[in-house]
Write a protein that binds this ligand. Structure first.
Ligand SMILES: [Zn+2]
Length: 94
């Protein structure tokens, strides 16, 4: 079972075939269950971007930045940017 530690809280990463019945979603975080759901059909890169997206939600919520946490454009922008910087710079990822 894969886990990610965000600010001292461990979240179990669960790959699932679908997430929401209402709107199309590729990831979702459940704070109360300490779980991050990731759509199991995503490519390796998109799964990582999605995980980073949920990690950023968790960071912002736990820092009390709830308004920013609800800004999906900000969260997704940071996720795609961080994914690129981490992937392309061994000094950060190693
Ligand atoms: Zn989001």
């Amino acid at each position: 079972m894969e886990k990610v530690n965000i600010l001292g809280i461990e979240y179990e990463i669960i790959k699932v075939p679908s997430i929401s019945r209402d709107v199309y979603r590729v990831g979702e975080i459940h704070f109360e269950r300490q779980e991050i759901l990731i759509l199991d059909t995503l490519s390796k890169d998109m799964a990582k971007v999605t995980l980073l997206h949920e990690v950023i939600h968790a960071i912002l919520v736990n820092l009390g930045l709830t308004e920013d946490a609800g800004n999906e454009n900000l969260v997704q922008g940071l996720a795609i940017a961080l994914h690129q910087v981490i992937k392309d710079n061994k000094i950060i990822s190693s």
